[in-house]
Design a protein around this ligand. Structure first.
Ligand code: UDP
Ligand code: UDP
Length: 458
């Protein structure tokens, strides 16, 4: 779900310029799909990966190519997309255009799926492509599983859409979904209608995180004919995902010199920029909190190679003074988030509540101050808050109506959570549960085995 705000429109770029997109944008769907593929390989499956070209960002191309080098046994099949007129999607956001283009080119999957040798046992389809792909796999009599890269809670919304489950407040629904004429609402409705035709849904979540929701989905399987849900998360990162940042990165060395659980880590995903004014307020807030901080700044929706603003100008002198005094570290590049979250110095994650970030943080057992932006972030924040290991500031409304959250408020909320021992203890416990789920022979392995057995029965 993409924000429809002025800043986004102004900073997005046309398709002919896509090749120039340098920043590691658009990883939210690709990364979990590849993590799942790696897990299938570990369970002795042979994998074919269908990639759509041209790929939007160089980050995505890089990740796909790293994946293929690490798993040379994977069979890559490339689809050359047929360009569409962006007017039909009514957006200039390259990711939305790419999404619509893939849907439009879905007929190209058919000859690939039918010609593979040995023949396919099953297909995994990203949740954004459901209604475009299901007819094709039904015609080929291929079992098809949904990959839901968001929470079980979000999946319960998608599956009942346009109705909204009573457990989800209307204020948490992304505004484009409430406009029945929007591309998003239409796609969600179509997806929702097609869900029962799928054989199962693979979710990057686990019962320890969303127990009630998985119980609800199991009940809906019996009463409404929803496909079975497989809690396969938390998905773990692949060793080559971290890009260039390593344990010798300057900020990792800086973290090495900080006390345990003393640093606030602030980062807001791979796509969303903050307004210049909000960046200044956030900088103020981080300083006012009195804690040391590591801050990943993003100012552009899609960062282009030639655009490199001066950090000093973006965050201001006060923040840069903190950096000089070694009280803070500010970066404006892709970081290895998993590695940072693994560091014992990190005591709080100030996050936009992208689902991947929420799941990763649960595994590391770190308290979260959630500042949701758009899309499924509010719903993800609710999952995190219900599990008790963080607080989600839904009323901060980042990106909505140009609402500015003041530094004082940010600073005092950071202080409050950093001092909250109950939240810290719950986070630690969540981390223990998550790690147990992913250890060899744990629940993730069980669920994967159950999935593969159910396929053998088909
Ligand atoms: N989503 C969906 N169907 C769609 C598009 C999105 O179910 O057709 C869900 C999906 O679970 C995803 C969430 O909505 O995690 C947000 O979508 P997207 O990743 O495009 O937005 P972002 O993560 O950038 O906010
Ligand atoms: N990520 C990262 N470094 C960054 C920004 C993001 O490693 O500088 C990773 C993060 O760990 C997560 C993914 O990119 O796995 C972002 O997904 P999420 O759902 O949290 O947010 P989105 O980018 O889709 O808004």
């Amino acid at each position: 779900i993409k924000p429809q705000i002025e800043q986004t429109k102004a900073e997005a770029c046309g398709k002919d310029e896509m090749a120039k997109i340098k920043e590691r944008s658009g990883m939210g769907h690709l990364q979990p799909m590849l993590r799942l593929a790696a897990s299938l390989i570990r369970h002795q499956c042979s994998v074919t990966l269908i990639t759509s070209h041209p790929i939007v960002s160089s980050a995505e191309s890089q990740l796909v190519s790293n994946f293929l080098s690490a798993f040379p046994q994977v069979n890559e099949k490339k689809i050359t997309l047929t360009p569409i007129d962006p007017i039909t999607v009514n957006t200039t956001d390259p990711y939305s255009i790419q999404w619509a283009t893939i849907c439009h080119s879905a007929h190209l999957f058919s000859p690939i799926l039918s010609s593979l040798s040995p023949p396919l046992s099953f297909v995994v389809t990203d949740i954004t492509l459901l209604s475009s792909v299901i007819e094709i796999t039904e015609n080929l009599r291929l079992p098809n599983y949904i990959l839901s890269i968001s929470s079980a809670r979000m999946f319960s919304l998608v599956s009942s859409f346009p109705s909204i489950p009573s457990s989800i407040p209307k204020t948490s629904i992304p505004p484009p979904l409430l406009d029945s004429n929007s591309y998003f609402a239409k796609n969600f409705s179509d997806a929702s209608k097609s869900i029962k035709r799928f054989d199962g849904v693979l979710i990057n979540s686990f019962e320890g995180l969303e127990k009630e929701c998985f119980e609800m989905l199991a009940a809906a399987e019996l009463t409404d004919g929803l496909p079975p849900a497989f809690p396969l998360g938390p998905f773990l990162p692949l060793p080559f995902e971290g890009g260039s940042s390593s344990s010798s990165s300057p900020f990792m060395k800086w973290l090495d010199n900080q006390k345990e659980s003393s640093v606030v880590f602030a980062s807001f995903g791979s796509k969303y920029p903050m307004s210049k004014e909000q960046i200044k307020e956030l900088g103020n807030g981080l300083i006012l909190s009195g804690y040391k901080f590591l801050w990943v700044v993003r100012t552009k929706f899609v960062e282009k190679q030639e655009e490199r603003d001066d950090l000093d100008e973006i965050v201001g002198h006060q923040v840069m003074n903190q950096v000089k005094n070694s009280n803070a570290f500010v970066v404006k590049e892709w970081v290895d988030q998993w590695r940072i979250l693994s560091h014992k110095a990190v005591g709080l994650f100030l996050s936009h509540c992208g689902w991947n970030s929420v799941v990763e943080t649960s595994w590391h057992g770190i308290p979260v101050l959630g500042w949701p932006h758009w899309g499924d972030h509010m719903i993800a924040g609710e999952v995190m808050e219900a599990a008790g290991w963080g607080v989600c500031r839904k009323n901060w409304g980042w990106g909505i109506n140009n609402y500015l959250v003041e530094g004082e408020e940010i600073g005092s909320k950071i202080k409050e959570i950093m001092k909250d021992q109950t939240v810290r203890m719950k986070a630690k416990r969540m981390g223990e549960v998550a790690k147990k789920t992913t250890e060899a022979g744990g629940r993730c392995d069980d669920v994967m085995k159950k999935l593969l057995q159910s396929l053998k029965k088909n």
